[in-house]
Design a protein around this ligand. Sequence first.
Ligand code: FEO
Ligand code: CA
Ligand code: CA
Ligand code: CA
Length: 650
Amino acid sequence: MTNDNQQPTSAAPQNPARRTLIKALGVATAATAGGGLLPGCSAEKKNASRQNLAFAEIPHRLDHHHHLPDGYAADLLMRWGDPLDGFAGNFDPENLDAGEQARRFGYNNDFIAFMPLAPEAGPGEGDKHCQSRNSERGLLCVNHEYTQPHLMFAGYSEDSSIRGTSHPHIAVEQQACGHSVVEIENTAEGWQPVLGSPYNRRITLTTAMDIIGAAAGDQRLQTSEDPSGARVFGTVGNCAGGKTPWGTVLIAEEGFGGAFQGDPDNVADEVEARNHHAFGISPQNRNWGDYDLRFDIAVEPNEPNRFGWMVEYDPYDPGSRPRKLTALGRFEHEGFTLVSKPGQPIVAYGGDDDEHQFVYRFVSSGIYHPGDNRHNRELLTEGTLYAGQFREGGAGMWLPLVFGQGPLTEENGFRNQADVLIDCRRAAKLIGATPMDRPEDVETNPVNDCTYVMLTKNRKRAEGDENAANPRARNTAGHVLEIVPPGRSGERDHVSDSFRWNTFLLGGNPNAESPAERGAYGQQLPGTMSEHSWFANPDNVAFDQHGNMWIATDGCESFGFHDGLWAMATEGDLRAAPKHFFGCPEGAEICGPEFTPDGKTLFVSVQHPADTDNSTFDNPLHRWPDNDPAMPPRPSVLAIRRKDGGAVGS
Ligand code: FEO
Ligand code: CA
Ligand code: CA
Ligand code: CA
């Protein structure tokens, strides 16, 4: 099965005999059929990892602190409420209003992009900055995924905050989500923000944005406030994202449905009602619409269609207007990451983070020309979006989401390409894409040129509903797939509509009794993994300069230990054999991971610390990172360095 070189065909192969075999043999077969034991994506089998990942592994724990290997230090770089300008003064969470929040770092930091600053260039000169590899000074570009009033403000329980948040607090929340740009520099005292830098900026739910691409202006995007259907205020649910070689940042709109209240069943248009249901809009959602009518679908039934997109903006130009890119489709975007090869179209990979949703690929209509940024800046506005079909035997196909092709026709309720993009989930399901176990980051390893899909978990996958790429029913631990486009390492054809895939690893304890929960890793050498090396629920991923994979998790506490970072080789004897590098304080997940170009700093987001049952602002489980009785727990960005100045992980 693993050496099957058969080329994908246009029809999905159904092989009941093989299917029964996989089920009968359970998880071990799935891992063997997948890549855990495969030599790897690259033709080269260098074993660089043993020297590159030389840090002393940390143990699984669960306490109120963060943890690093010996020889490493973490600078506390930005916390919720830290000022972006020099005049804001100290943070006083008890007296926070919306105006004050708008000049401070937002809540629940998630994705991080480090955008280097070229010493000789200034604001508005992104063309110069984007060629820099400066690892000592740059822009920290950070998403703020969502807000939690019961941990931000006095007087709420988690339950009471859902429908009962006060108007002033909702106004603060709308300034605490979105995105921050902060100039940072590496000083003798470690990494620090540059207060009052002209680059410092907040993007919030009131920031004006354009909507561009094939769905822009469509009647389904028009509202009473915006009859053009091409302008919108703000962004929400900003989870992960990506960067472009022309110096812009991509930020994803993931769980936007939770911002909207109202009953989809009361929306007259059937297509729209189904659409709103698909994104979890319900009368039980947060009560923002009580005060800000556009978040009530009874008042503005089209407003949710203006969210769920990827947003592109230029961090080097603080006055630039962000753009929602409809060409990349509308769903619960985890992020989109690029493969940019000179003289070829831009290829971008992304996932829709929900149970049984899909992995996507975008191929630009235009060609990437390094240095011609006026041209490059339009590359993500026009192209073809595809959804992934992962077949048994390791073959895969990218299926185009194009109006008029296959079932994407008027008979099936699609009027035009705008409908295909707005209702991407329905379109992808109709064309036969493979329903996955919650796709999170999808990112390409720049060293071996293969693409990795983080699948965080899927408790809703019923027995009998497994497929080759999602082999476990009630998948609690998640897994990682490796996509291998045709060609050799460094020259792979990401534009090809066919690919090979394999299972890189299955999350979970490798010694778990239940086969459904048992992890499978690339342990080709005995003794390379300790009892602390396994993890579950892969979410974000980064690659270091050697091509090692750094996985950030979201969910390990349900297995009894902290979320954190695990690093591993993608090639050679130690392929898919993780080593535990970082641990979060209890209640937190970790997001971000982002290296400086020289590999000497690793930025991480610690999101929702102390977010456990009954933990509130008034009585939190702990107060990381300040441990100050006057401060609540605060989501924060850390800059991790090796004390001797070497590259992280080496
Ligand atoms: Fe916001 Fe997909 O995690
Ligand atoms: Ca998250
Ligand atoms: Ca995530
Ligand atoms: Ca997640």
